[in-house]
Design a protein around this ligand. Structure first.
Ligand code: MN3
Length: 214
């Protein structure tokens, strides 16, 4: 998230067929190699002609897009968000068998949601409740308090730190699940890489007291 222009497409951290049958190879090839790649390319094209912003980190571009010149603003909002969000999305999935949150995330989930079933219900409500394209998020603040929220389009939940995200754009599921977003959510939930999400949470806690904004 601290990388800056020129941005590169991170490789998929597992095989294209590694998440089958929950997410099939065709879905992952289009989602990673076409959609994610298109956000990377579009962001680079925008910044190619704006050298003053080539040193901005991805996180800073997502946080401060409103400070950019008018001709860059909406493009950076959409495409920096697209890069940031897809990086986390693919990084927090893994092949079966299913995993579970580890301390200290495990305790935080218990406090905030009464357990994993409560977190799942909140994420499902956010994912299915997002009208049109967008994302459902598990976030933490700097005190380690968890929350679930949704965002439209490619907006991020920053400055809350995102730990886990469910992409509910139709490009994430339509080839396999058509209009059945709920079935896609259930498949996605099975694939969550909880050791990775737990590590991200522990990293956020270790960064207290608050880091300066980029
Ligand atoms: Mn997507």
């Amino acid at each position: 998230m601290e990388q800056h222009y020129p941005f590169t497409l991170p490789p998929l951290p597992y095989g294209y067929d590694a998440l089958e049958p929950e997410l099939d190879e065709k879905v992952l090839r289009f989602h990673h190699d076409k959609h994610f790649a298109a956000y990377v390319d579009a962001l680079n094209q925008l910044l190619e002609r704006a050298p003053a912003y080539q040193s901005w980190s991805l996180r800073k571009l997502c946080l401060r897009w409103e400070a950019l010149p008018e001709e860059l603003r909406q493009g950076v909002r959409n495409n920096a968000g697209g890069v940031y969000n897809h990086d986390l999305y693919f990084r927090t999935l893994h092949p079966l068998p299913a995993s579970a949150p580890e301390p200290p995330l495990e305790g935080a989930v218990l406090r905030a949601f009464g357990g994993l079933a409560g977190l799942k219900a909140a994420m499902r409500q956010a994912a299915l409740g997002q009208f049109g394209s967008g994302w459902a998020w598990l976030t933490t603040d700097r005190e380690g308090r968890l929350a679930v929220q949704k965002t439209p389009n490619q907006d991020t939940p920053l400055p809350l730190m995102p730990l886990l995200c469910c992409d509910v754009w139709e490009h994430a599921y339509y080839l396999q699940y058509q209009n059945r977003r709920g079935d896609y959510f259930e498949a996605w939930w099975q694939l969550v890489d909880w050791p990775e999400v737990s590590r991200l949470y522990a990293d956020c806690l270790a960064c207290r007291p608050p880091r300066p904004l980029p």
